[in-house]
Design a protein around this ligand. Structure first.
Ligand SMILES: Nc1ncnc2c1ncn2[C@@H]1O[C@H](COP(=O)(O)OP(=O)(O)O)[C@@H](O)[C@H]1O
Ligand SMILES: O=P(O)(O)OC[C@H]1O[C@](O)(COP(=O)(O)O)[C@@H](O)[C@@H]1O
Length: 480
């Protein structure tokens, strides 16, 4: 998928790409940004095989992997015609659109694929490929027979409302679909809540707000009840926006639909702020996160530049991947060192972080270090002799690299090097807004210097609840 939500903080995209729905591929939405290298899919009612750097185990039967004689592998998206082979097809309504009629190559060819590996050698095998998403010349629904629904599940991410808006407007303006329902409150909303009617007018301004207009939920759901509900309501297109958990759920919904032989298309739209999905150009929300991260880096830089031996540490999102940290680092030009989960680091000795900090302080008088949340986890665990803990979903609980590293640097320079350093610790996190100033871990003062909409702006939801947001806070620990 390529969803060019612009980097504006308020997720009000300035250059929303055109959004194409292909009814040919039941899971194909092409969100095609200008200048994109290639376009890949929202593909996923078959589930993600690879979700960025996190490999998700998806049962083999959930998607079809075809290997040809010359090692050309295609991880294909299942199609309605796989289980309904006699479905009639129709000309894509885009053919009649003024905007598209004159464009050559408007449609994606059925045989178009995107290669997983771009860098190859002369002797490389042809390797893994994914079906390219995008509008097909033939579609499998007549516009006036479509009853679509949109649901948002799991965690928040900047840009969700923009995606909802684009689905509704794209379906309506480009494909002539007039019957679109919003499912409220995530998967469970299918059977526990009434639906909303979504029209371009209803969604006109939702992209200017954070969070999700449709609301969301976590925790389990009942796949059979969802499919019963889809059947009862006569829904035949299901658009599911969410992260890896959500996409696993979407795969099961698709399987149940296929088992019942229903003419219902399921499209999974991957949501992650981290941009750690390898085969798409960019995940929506990523740019906003990077922009917010740069504000934190800038704040740290201003602080440490103004003092002697200033050491600024900025902790950013990124449990398993360092894309936000890396891109924010590259964009800001004020960062001396960027630590990410993919790349181990060490502190002492030649080539260690302490040596580097000392060098930069001597040369420049200050240093800015950026940390992704998941950086150095194994190293910290060894250092703290911490046992691995997991959350309710089985995810490894992260050790807090920010305060740990701050303390290590402080100890090293004050106790070992006998050199006073001025520390400034800034954290950009995705937390529930507590609505009050809170004390830092060691009882130290914590100043929130900035509160900014991101994973949901600071506002009350429609039910009066606080939305999740990214906010930036600066710790000024007295002890450091
Ligand atoms: N392994 C799974 N199989 C089926 N459904 C799942 C699975 N994991 C999560 N879900 C469903 O997806 C929803 C969102 O998942 P969650 O992990 O909370 O967020 P995210 O999609 O952002 O990763 C949950 O409410 C749950 O109903
Ligand atoms: O505060 P939370 O909800 O646990 O989220 C924090 C983590 O989630 C992420 O934002 C990724 O979540 P998504 O992939 O769902 O967007 C990580 O970068 C971050 O480490």
């Amino acid at each position: 998928m390529n969803f060019g939500v612009s980097s504006s903080m308020d997720v009000a995209a300035t250059s929303i790409p055109s959004l194409h729905f292909s009814f040919k591929s039941s899971a194909a939405i092409l969100l095609q940004a200008p200048r994109c290298r290639n376009v890949c899919s929202v593909s996923l009612f078959s589930g993600f095989r690879r979700f960025g750097l996190r490999i998700i185990s998806v049962k083999a039967e959930q998607y079809s992997s075809r290997v040809t004689d010359d090692d050309f592998i295609i991880e294909d998206v299942p199609h309605l015609t796989d289980f309904l082979p006699d479905l009639p097809s129709y000309q894509n309504p885009l053919k009649n659109s003024q905007a598209y009629a004159i464009v050559k190559e408007t449609f994606v060819k059925p045989e178009d694929v995107v290669a997983q590996k771009i860098v190859v050698t002369k002797d490389s095998t042809r390797g893994v490929h994914f079906r390219r998403a995008g509008p097909r010349e033939k579609v499998y629904f007549k516009p006036d027979e479509v009853r679509a629904c949109v649901v948002t599940c799991g965690g928040l991410c900047p840009g969700i409302n923009t995606v909802v808006r684009e689905i509704v407007c794209g379906l309506n303006y480009m494909y002539g679909v007039n019957d679109i329902l919003g499912i409220e409150g995530g998967y469970r909303g299918f059977y526990s809540k009434n639906t909303l009617t979504l029209t371009p007018k209803v969604v006109n301004n939702i992209h200017k707000h954070g969070g999700t207009y449709l609301r969301t939920s976590r925790g389990g759901h009942d796949t059979n009840k969802i499919v019963d509900n889809i059947q009862d309501r006569g829904i035949n297109q299901v658009y599911i926006i969410g992260g890896d958990g959500t996409q696993r759920g979407a795969a099961l919904i698709y399987q149940e639909i296929a088992k019942r032989g229903l003419q219902v298309a399921v499209a999974g739209i991957p949501k992650t702020i981290d941009n750690d999905i390898a085969v798409i150009d960019k995940s929506f929300g990523f740019d906003t996160a990077v922009e917010e991260a740069q504000r934190a880096i800038n704040a740290a830089h201003v602080e440490v530049e103004s003092v002697d031996n200033g050491v600024g540490i900025v902790k950013l999102m990124g449990r398993y991947s360092g894309f936000i940290a890396t891109i924010a680092t590259l964009a800001s030009r004020d960062v001396d060192c960027c630590l990410i989960p993919e790349s181990p680091f060490y502190l002492e000795g030649t080539g260690g972080l302490f040596e580097f900090i000392e060098q930069r302080l001597k040369e420049n008088g200050h240093i800015v270090i950026v940390l992704a949340e998941g950086a150095g986890q194994d190293f910290i665990a060894r250092d703290m002799h911490a046992a691995e803990e997991k959350d309710a979903s089985g995810n490894r609980l992260l050790l807090d690299v920010g305060p740990w590293l701050s303390q290590k640097i402080k100890d090293h320079f004050t106790k070992v090097q006998k050199m006073a350093v001025n520390m400034k610790y800034i954290e950009v996190s995705t937390e529930k807004k507590k609505g009050r100033e809170k004390k830092g871990r060691g009882g130290e003062e914590e100043h929130k210097v900035e509160k900014k909409e991101n994973k949901g702006e600071e506002r009350r939801g429609r039910r009066g609840k606080r939305r999740k947001q990214i906010f930036l806070r600066v710790f000024c620990p007295r002890s450091l």
